[in-house]
Design a binder for this molecule. Structure first.
Ligand code: ADP
Length: 273
């Protein structure tokens, strides 16, 4: 299966130019059928996200930028392996909700560019950082930092306290939104299990409040925040099982092989019993 995303921008008349480019994309993506699923006017005069009708995996991501109202051109075209070549794990969370565990880069993940969101393991300032946070900000562009900056501080230097969640647009990311949450620092948090569970729960709550149907989590707190992987997997999967209800698909997009294997085994233990 394959799916395609094409992002392109421009000013007046761009819609015609967009359709002019369909044959290019159709040729490149072979069997995919292309459709526009979202349109926004920010941050560029026009911005389209175009996806194939088959949205199950995030293979074959194409980027096409129209750089000015008068000129246009293909600036990038890249092909990406599905889930870094590994098998995705599929598990039933409820009658209406599925858990999918895959390897990959969360900045490349999307389902439809309209009702999908990735979760950013942010810090309390919410202005970017290292690890997945840094990668998400780089991929989303400077507009994401500007949007985060506008999130009101609840105390000096704190836009999102540990365990809470905030939402912004995804800007240049293929996913439509970013849900920013702050996981616990394992060694200093008073109750890291409760804080980590809150980060997952509040991310799902914010997702539901914003009609998000597809959400992708990284392994929150498993990087510089030092949460032991096995314990983190237990908290992550059991919390998602409890609170996913109205979300159609919850994905874990995991960068590291060891974390992916631990998550997969934990899901088998907790969800296939
Ligand atoms: P935290 O501060 O919550 O520990 P980190 O970003 O340091 O957050 O790490 C969280 C997890 O995200 C780590 O397991 C790390 O391997 C993983 N990670 C880093 N970059 C990416 C990425 N682009 N996609 C998915 N996971 C990532």
């Amino acid at each position: 299966m394959s799916s395609s995303s094409m992002l392109f921008r421009g000013g007046r008349g761009i819609r015609l130019l967009a359709f002019q480019y369909f044959p290019t994309l159709t040729t490149a993506s072979a069997s995919s059928s292309i459709r526009i699923v979202s349109f926004s006017s920010y941050p560029y005069p026009t911005s389209y996200k175009i996806f194939s009708s088959n949205h199950c995996t995030f293979q074959n991501i194409f980027t096409l930028s129209l750089t000015s109202p008068s000129g246009c051109g293909v600036v990038g075209c890249s092909k990406m392996a599905s889930a870094a070549g590994g098998e995705d794990g599929h598990f039933k969370l409820s009658e209406t909700s599925e858990l999918i565990i895959k390897k990959g880069d969360i900045t490349r993940w999307f389902v439809d560019g309209a009702s999908d969101a990735i979760v950013n393991p942010a810090n309390q300032r919410m202005l970017g950082g290292g690890g997945a946070d840094g990668a998400i900000h780089r991929a989303a562009g400077a507009e994401l930092r500007e949007a985060c900056y506008k999130v009101p501080e609840v105390q000096p230097g704190v836009r999102c306290p540990t365990g809470e969640a905030r939402i912004t647009l995804g800007f240049k990311l293929p996913a439509s939104r970013v849900i920013h949450t702050v996981g616990p620092i394992y060694d200093t948090d008073k109750d890291p299990k409760a804080s980590l569970s809150s980060a997952y729960k509040n991310s799902l709550t914010v997702a539901k409040e914003n009609n998000i149907k597809y959400i992708a989590f990284p392994s929150i707190s498993c990087g510089v925040y030092g949460y032991p992987f096995e314990e983190a997997a237990t908290v992550a999967i059991s919390t998602v099982k409890e609170y996913a209800n109205d979300i159609k698909e919850v994905h874990f997009v995991l960068f590291a092989d060891d974390i992916y294997n631990i998550w997969l085994n934990k899901a088998k233990e907790l969800l296939q019993a």
